[in-house]
Design a binder for this molecule. Structure first.
Ligand SMILES: C[S@@+](CC[C@H](N)C(=O)[O-])C[C@H]1O[C@@H](n2cnc3c(N)ncnc32)[C@H](O)[C@@H]1O
Length: 202
């Protein structure tokens, strides 16, 4: 997808709300992959400590080598090689949660469980950044997105045993955990979006 979407667009989407990470102290990133967002976060937000939950050892190796290559401090990152679906956060400690191109891997039941558990580990002023695919409401852009999504899910299901058959927007799950959508930016004719969600204390 990185190559198909000209890479830069995905990276613009990932880093669209990077400014919102400034001053944050403890970040949780789920399914970070090879570390494209991680290195920007380490550069931009001094002092932040990051926990990564990523099930692929290959992706973790790539992220570590990226951090070293960029001369960044590896000791600020705690890599947990495990399945996010079974990971149990122990405390409400994360003031930043990041899920870029990750929540779309899950079926509705998994998504509700995951967002519920992870949302429970967020501090009262936490921010949740997410980049994901989406389907525009109408017109030829909607048709285009449906074709791309159909092909994408068919390929990923065959190649990786992905459980999701289609995209499930995480919005309702996030709202039910007390997060409010503060800003959403669209890229590539509405095919992807970048969100800033903020936890609201009632
Ligand atoms: C589509 S990639 C996105 C990678 C990266 N966040 C990005 O922006 O390009 C999904 C990532 O989530 C990881 N992943 C998928 N399912 C997972 C799970 N259940 N637990 C932890 N990591 C998972 C994959 O290994 C992969 O690195």
């Amino acid at each position: 997808m990185e190559a198909l979407l000209a890479g830069r667009i995905l990276q613009r989407c990932r880093t669209s709300f990077l400014a919102e990470t400034f001053g944050r102290q403890r970040a949780l990133i789920l399914g970070e992959g090879p570390g494209r967002f991680l290195i920007e976060l380490l550069r931009y937000t001094p002092g932040i400590e990051v926990t990564i939950v990523e099930k692929s050892p290959m992706m973790i190796r790539q992220a570590i080598s990226r951090i070293r290559k960029e001369g960044l401090d590896l000791s600020r990152v705690d890599f947990r090689e495990m399945d996010a679906l079974t990971w149990k956060p122990t405390d409400r400690v994360f003031d930043l949660i990041v899920t870029h191109f990750f929540l779309d891997c899950f079926c509705p039941e998994e998504l509700a469980d995951l967002v519920g558990r992870v949302g429970g580990s967020a501090t009262e002023d936490a921010r949740w950044l997410l980049g994901d695919f989406c389907i525009p409401h109408r017109g030829w852009r909607r048709f285009r997105a449906q074709v791309i999504h159909g092909a994408m899910y068919a390929c990923f299901r065959a190649a990786t045993g992905l459980s999701a058959k289609r995209l499930t927007p995480p919005d309702n799950c996030l709202r039910s955990k007390g997060f409010k959508l503060v800003n959403r930016r669209f890229f590539n004719l509405g095919l992807i979006h970048s969100d800033l969600w903020v936890k609201c204390v009632k």
